[in-house]
Write a protein that binds this ligand. Structure first.
Ligand SMILES: [Zn+2]
Length: 266
């Protein structure tokens, strides 16, 4: 016989013997990039019921209203469950800080309680772009700036000075449009088309490339290393951002405000 689910009351909740109890909850990374590598959520719930319905709730810190709820469906109890979290489960998540909470309910409406010492929440930040260098760098002097004079033209990007070999990563997931070499100019260079935005990202003077044309990359995926190939006086990344296509109808914009925003975000 099915019992009517207990009505939720204010005040201390009645102990439901046999109801779902959270005995482990873990999130593999605290910073998640849109179109980046997913995080792993692992949890284990004990219950007299073999299955419980589980959901993940994301809310802003200090707010009780959920921003999004990710239904995980019926999950077996008594063993560790592992699910990927991309932040795109319920549409693209706005950038910012979140609290991730696990919730569950059994077939009799009993809600999830926590075992002693087990938290049901984790902090998480969600970021749409990643700074393109992994390691120490500097923004260089005035000559490194967008628009600074070059012989007969203007600098179309921002130079980031860093040690040779410093990993260069995709600021945004997307597709590699160009991989080429220009001895008298950009040296080994790569053009990346950002996914879901009208932008191309250009990386120059790299050590020989590690991506190929047509390859899809995640936000934060390595696409090369800082070098000094082509026309360059020392190791640095020449970085361009084009609104529209690179030399195909678009125009370069100053990357510095973007770089500075990505540098501090999260
Ligand atoms: Zn440059």
């Amino acid at each position: 016989m099915r019992r009517k689910p207990a009505r939720r009351r204010k005040g201390p909740r009645k102990t439901h013997r046999g109801g779902p109890v959270l005995i482990a909850f873990d999130l593999s990374r605290r910073k998640l990039f849109d179109l980046g590598h997913p995080a792993r959520v692992r949890f284990r719930i004990h219950s007299a019921a073999g299955q419980v319905r589980v959901r993940l709730v994301l809310r802003r810190p200090g707010s009780r209203a959920p921003v999004t709820t990710i239904a995980l469906g019926s999950r077996a109890t008594g063993r560790t469950q592992s699910v990927a979290l991309t932040g795109r489960e319920a549409g693209s998540l706005p950038q910012g800080r979140y609290v991730l909470r696990i919730a569950a309910r059994d077939g009799r409406g009993r809600t999830l309680r926590r075992a002693k010492g087990i938290e049901s929440t984790r902090e998480l930040s969600y970021v749409h772009h990643r700074f393109p260098l992994v390691g120490a760098f500097s923004y260089g002097g005035s000559g490194a700036r967008f628009g600074s004079p070059r012989s007969g033209r203007r600098h179309q990007g921002q130079d980031l000075v860093a040690a040779s070999g410093t990993p260069i990563v995709a600021p945004r997931g997307g597709t590699i449009k160009t991989v080429a070499y220009q001895a008298g100019g950009g040296g080994h260079y790569v053009v990346l088309r950002g996914s879901g935005e009208n932008r191309d990202y250009v990386f120059m003077h790299m050590l020989s490339g590690s991506v190929r044309v047509g390859q899809r990359v995640r936000t934060g995926q390595r696409i090369g290393q800082v070098g000094s190939t082509g026309s360059s006086t020392g190791p640095h990344l020449h970085f361009e951002v084009w609104v529209g296509g690179w030399f195909s109808g678009g125009k370069p914009v100053d990357p510095l405000p973007l770089l500075q925003a990505w540098d501090v975000s999260g």
